[in-house]
Design a protein around this ligand. Sequence first.
Ligand code: GAR
Length: 216
Amino acid sequence: MGKPCKTAILISGSGTNLQAFIDAVDSGDLDLELCAVFSNNPDAFGLERAEKAGIATACIQHADYPDRESFDQAVIAELDRFEPDLLVLAGFMRILSPRFVTHYAGRILNIHPALLPLYPGLNTHQRVLDAGDEWHGSTVHFVTEKLDAGPCILQGRVAVLPGESAQELEKRVQAVEHRIYPQAAGWVGSGKVKFSKGESWIDGAKAEMPRVVTFK
Ligand code: GAR
């Protein structure tokens, strides 16, 4: 067996997805080495989760830098100390500069709370309710320079329930995220899924569509 893929997780907030990675690695379900947790927000609860799990943490605040470029350069320098093979954005609420994306080309994953290409951007749960959609969910995708538009790997979807609030829907979608994100990252770590020529490839075939799993 090869060495597990060294994975840095980037967060800005609560870190429930981070926790799902920690739990999956601890239980032996996920063969990744969580080498660092990085936050742009010193108050992110996810930093406490990481410390409790014995994972190295790092924090750089964007307010300390004059622009996105210089902040991203500082983050690159910090992350590279850990020599990550893979970056997992887990509620990292910063838009990445082209330089950052190029530096880690094909090695950055994001999870977005919508069935991309539907609803890039913010406030997805309310937008789904407002539109009266039948389905909602979350998407794991490779990060490219265009926001929420990189090639998709895995989607988890749930049926929208009559009368549910945006908060209730968000909670159900987050539970789905905790299932699909470690799974998709494990696929990348094991080489089952690769990024090449701007596309995602699953088991050696170009993935025109993500894998879709329906949850109750
Ligand atoms: C997750 O639901 C994730 O999909 C979303 O932030 C939440 C972070 O929760 N990400 C985005 O909206 C990115 N555009 P967590 O801190 O509890 O993992």
